[in-house]
Design a binder for this molecule. Structure first.
Ligand code: GYE
Length: 340
């Protein structure tokens, strides 16, 4: 049965463990003890190791978790931002284990290197739920379940979209030169999107992948790598950019080089995530298509925890529902109903 958590003790431990970064309402890193409505309350204590704040997706994902796992909803959230470093995630998880949290939520930056720490969590009897990205471990029992996107399917969707688009444009026999801006190497999102797109690439005799380069999912690196692509290759027909923020950087590079992109430009732009700023870029005619990756799924994680609390069985994988959006759609209308 649940331990009785004294808010002061949790706050103090979080402070000792260096968990006092980044303020958010209702989380251990913000709510001072004096403001707690009662001295002692029962909460489900969650330790969440987030990757960082490299993209709009990430910001929205963090907000989704902070909005869901609140004191009012019966949770005490210990939130740790790893600033894009796996070593920080390993430290955070070990601190969560020391603090005897009830659940650990891990968004792993890369897939490998988790066996030992997940074994430690298992030995401590703490269930680990993977959120967004996944892990490659020797024994999948080391985590309870994974809630995230089918990244391979996203990459495949992007490839299929390009086949249809080139066909519509009467370019299905033309030589098509492609460059790819990849996400963080060895992350589930990078691996899946690259391999899903490659499955379609392999079926198209006229597509030529000029180069893959990582932009680490950030706008600054996306710009830098696109500048390099533009200097290196004279004829680029398609840019595949594995997230919106790298795409924004790439668009800046394209425009600064006096080149054009989007439906009326020289370079076809395929992006992933589908955040509000990307919709705006599609409306401006800078991006052709955006394959959605939905960061708002913390409530689904809360439902899973609820099931686990009741001793019910849960699935091993939960995929978040997704689609794609392109400039042939009524984007302004679609945007109205979107929260990210
Ligand atoms: O696409 C990117 C982010 O793991 C799905 O990480 C996530 C990716 C997302 O930084 O914007």
């Amino acid at each position: 049965m649940r331990k009785r958590w004294i808010a002061a003790a949790v706050f103090f431990l979080a402070f000792l463990a260096g968990g006092c970064r980044g303020a958010a309402p209702g989380t251990a890193d913000s709510a001072p003890y004096e403001e707690e409505p009662e001295g002692s309350r029962e909460h489900i204590v969650i330790g969440f190791s987030q990757i960082g704040s490299e993209s709009d997706y990430r910001t929205a994902n963090t907000e989704s978790f902070k909005d869901t796992f609140t004191i009012e909803n019966g949770y005490y959230l210990l939130f740790e931002d790893a600033q894009q470093k796996q070593e920080n995630q390993l430290k955070a998880i070990r601190n969560f284990i020391l603090q005897e949290v009830d659940y650990i939520i891990l968004d792993p930056i890369v897939e490998t290197g988790w066996d030992a720490v997940l074994q430690e969590a298992r030995d401590a009897g703490i269930p680990v739920i993977l959120a967004d990205r996944s892990v490659e471990v020797s024994d999948t029992d080391l985590y309870t379940c994974w809630v995230g996107s089918d990244f391979e399917e996203e990459g495949h969707t992007a490839g299929e979209w390009l086949v249809g688009y080139l066909d519509e444009q009467g370019r299905s026999e033309e030589k098509i030169n492609i460059v790819t801006l990849q996400g963080t190497p060895e992350s589930t999102a990078q691996i899946g999107r690259t391999s899903g797109f490659a499955q379609v690439l392999d079926t198209q005799h006229n597509w030529n992948m000029l180069e893959y380069q990582s932009g680490d999912f950030t706008q600054a690196k996306g710009k830098e790598v696109m500048e390099y692509f533009l200097c290196t290759y004279e004829d680029i027909d398609v840019l595949v950019s594995e997230n919106d923020n790298m795409t924004f950087g790439a668009i800046d590079a394209i425009q600064e080089a006096g080149r054009t992109c989007g439906p009326d430009g020289e370079i076809i732009v395929i992006s992933f995530d589908g955040g509000r700023a990307a919709f705006e870029a599609m409306v401006r005619g800078e991006i052709n298509v955006d394959v959605e990756c939905n960061p708002i799924f913390a409530e689904q994680v809360a439902e899973i925890i609820d099931k686990l609390e009741k001793g019910e069985k849960v699935e091993k994988i939960y995929y978040v529902d997704e689609q794609y959006f392109d400039t042939s759609m009524d984007l302004e209308k679609i945007m109205e109903g979107r929260s990210f």
